[in-house]
Design a protein around this ligand. Sequence first.
Ligand code: DX5
Ligand code: ZN
Length: 262
Amino acid sequence: MVLISPSILSADFSSIKDEIQKVEEAGADWIHLDVMDGVFVPNLTFGAPVIKKLRPFSKLFFDTHLMIFYPEKHIEDFAKAGSDSIIIHLEAYRTQEFDFSNKSFWQTGDHKNSNQETWESSGKSPLDYDSKKVLEVLKSIKKLGCKAGISINPACPVSALSDEIIKELNLILLMSVNPGFGGQEFKPVVIEKIKEFKSRAEALGRSIGVDIDNDIVIEIDGGIKPGDTAEQVKSAGATALVAGSAVYHSDNVKKTIDLLKN
Ligand code: DX5
Ligand code: ZN
């Protein structure tokens, strides 16, 4: 079984509550909310006030993906707004000094080929991130009554996650595109990472599944469509799929959600 979490990033924002209800009626399990700060990723979306306004219009699990720096400053707002999960990025806690004045260090405008990607792919370990701080933030997310998730970019290896972090998770969001935009092409590098994460989590005594109260949900984000990409990630062990453009740009939303599920 797999959960389907349509991303509203590709929805029509002029009627966003109808767009949410449309996928809810079509059988979506979760709603994926992409929060971007224009610094961690080269794009801006929305924050907690928008989620708060949308909350009364849907019963679905609000799956909140924070692509922002210093997420710890905002988690209480998201919890109060009605987020069910709060997902932070490991890359927001890299120990290498953040130099915001050096724009090209983070994003050169070409987010697919940034220095960040080069850095991430150079064999990272938990020591390259403030893993203690990440663990602390995951614990505070849970104290606020939300499910805690971590996300890693395509170039970031599973080995960058410490055992302590994995033990604490309700959800892992493995990116299959560089975060920032909908409609990008799926990166197959995620397939091996799903298998690797699953075996590491199981070796640590954690189960993988769709029951977020007990299991770790392995969710894949970016470029997922019915057919090859969905099949490949599911057979590797994914238990939740984010789909933005595939769902919202489809002529038949129900059929697309059904195809992603089965
Ligand atoms: C990318 C976002 C994704 C994105 C997925 O930064 O995190 O959730 O909206 O969109 P598609 O499915 O179109 O790749
Ligand atoms: Zn996302």
